[in-house]
Design a protein around this ligand. Structure first.
Ligand code: CA
Length: 306
């Protein structure tokens, strides 16, 4: 009976081992054009590209890959994206921001003709994604990832613009298009790291927010600005040698924690156990083979074969 007990013990150990090995817990990785983080049940991805515009997106979805569960959990998918098209120097004829009746003096398209591809820098142990104009200094943009307990929950980008203005009475519009997600509601007066305005997706489980600041720093002075929100999202900056500004896209970390415990509970505990790992199956088969062989050996011994 000792051999049978040992066999059973080995079987149990072998079955338990793979689930422990497969459970990576929270993790964070980056490539040239993306970062990816894992919470207990969710995958959070940020992507950056320079094409006909600068494209940024933040995505969240369940880590579960099973299609049936995935469709059940579609309400746990969310995505928000933004394209930044161009800088437009204009004279504001009617003092209402950038509009069709204004005189355009110059433009700078934020595309792959004028910008270098994304480069990755390591600053004090943090990964910074950087996009710079081919013409040195006109446009610089750094993208910084904000993490909460090693899970990426936001990225903040900063504009550092040294625009060669044609006139000294013109303004500079930055044309953005919010192109993913359903951004429905506006919340004013929220106080989140100086980003006083937010445009929120009406997602019931994992709302994402695009936040911007009400002031821009021009040549060392903070100046109030009012963005134009329509088909495009336009930020209009006053004339100056150096313009600094930083919007961001984010998830609320408490939403991720809440969804983590909800999904782990809804799906019966340890999420990593729900997806059969190839190692578990192999180890399981090895275990069954061990117990079968042990049983066989025991059986034959009892029958006096050995
Ligand atoms: Ca105008």
């Amino acid at each position: 009976m000792n051999i049978l007990r040992t066999g059973l013990f080995l079987f149990i150990i072998l079955l338990l081992m793979p689930s422990t090995m497969a459970d990576d817990g929270v993790s964070f990785t980056t490539t040239e054009h993306s970062f990816e983080g894992h919470s207990e049940t969710m995958v959070i991805t940020g992507e950056f590209a320079v094409t006909d515009a600068i494209e940024l997106s933040l995505l969240i979805k369940p880590a579960e890959s099973d299609n049936r569960r995935h469709s059940m959990m579609s309400e746990y998918n969310n995505e928000m994206g933004i394209k930044i098209y161009e800088l437009v120097e204009y004279v504001d004829a009617d003092n209402n921001g950038y509009s069709t009746d204004d005189t355009v003096l110059s433009k700078f398209k934020l595309n792959s003709d004028n910008l270098n591809d994304v480069s990755v820098k390591n600053v004090d142990g943090d990964t910074i994604f950087s996009i710079e104009s081919v013409e040195n200094g006109v446009f610089n943009m750094d993208i910084e990832i904000n993490k909460y307990e090693n899970i990426p929950v936001a990225f903040k980008w900063s504009y550092d613009i040294n625009y060669p203005f044609v006139s000294n009475v013109s303004n500079l519009a930055v044309i953005h298009e919010l192109d993913q997600g359903s951004m429905m509601s506006m919340m004013d007066g929220s106080n989140m790291n100086n980003h006083q305005n937010m445009m929120s997706d009406n997602h019931k489980n994992l709302p994402m927010m695009f936040s911007w600041d009400n002031s821009v720093n021009v040549d060392g002075s903070d100046i109030e600005i009012t963005p134009e929100i329509g088909e495009d999202f336009i930020l209009s900056f006053p004339n100056g040698k150096n313009i600094l500004y930083d919007p961001k896209i984010q998830l609320d970390p408490t939403d991720i924690s809440r969804v983590d415990s909800l999904l782990a509970g809804l799906l019966g505990g340890d999420f990593s156990m729900l997806t059969p790992q190839p190692q578990s199956l192999i180890m399981g088969l090895v275990g069954i083979a061990t117990i079968f062989t042990t049983g066989l050996v025991l059986d034959k011994k009892q029958k006096g074969v050995f």
